[in-house]
Design a protein. Sequence first.
Length: 216
Amino acid sequence: MSSNVKIAPSILSANFSILGEEIKKLDESGCDYIHIDVMDGHFVPNLTIGPDVIKSIRNYSNKTFDVHLMIDPVKKYLKDFINAGADIITIHQEISENIDDCIDYIKSRQKKVGICIKPKTMPETIMNFIDKIDLVLIMTVEPGFGGQKFMSNQIEKIVKIKELVGDRVIDIEVDGGINLENVKKVKDAGANVIVSGSTIFKTNDYKKIINELRTK
Ligand code: DX5
Ligand code: ZN
């Protein structure tokens, strides 16, 4: 089971003054996806990066760019994120816009699409989109900041999502507060993509920590 697990370092905790080098180092350390957190200071109380930054780091790695859009409105920006080099675009279930329209656009551009749910959002809400998506992203912190404490009451939700996904080929990705102590629980609950920011970036040896997160 662990060998099928993908590790998606969140660059939110990277050293932004040398972002290109950080991406290259992650790539060489054997990660699977590069998780990119986009925040708008409206849907979440923090501001991060936009499509131009993604474009500028695209050449530093061929790995899948897993772009987590914590923005609302989102629809008018999808084109820019895709043109910048996103491979997977994940939008939030809680946005005010029509989600089907966003999904249809992302798919029309031949990119993968994910739906993210915040800690208080019911797992069943993904059923509205389940046959159109490639990934479900389950937040295990309130979105907005790296380095927060893992909400262990979300483990049950991972189990439920796994059950709802059934035989469909859909990544179950978990994001927020994951470390070497809780990663096994997250995988055992059914997650196959592990996002990790501060746990990876507070070490110097990215290869070692990525391998540990994968094999725990
Ligand atoms: C939170 C972001 C996460 C976060 C993960 O809103 O979506 O990707 O940066 O960072 P850690 O692993 O430090 O919780
Ligand atoms: Zn994220």
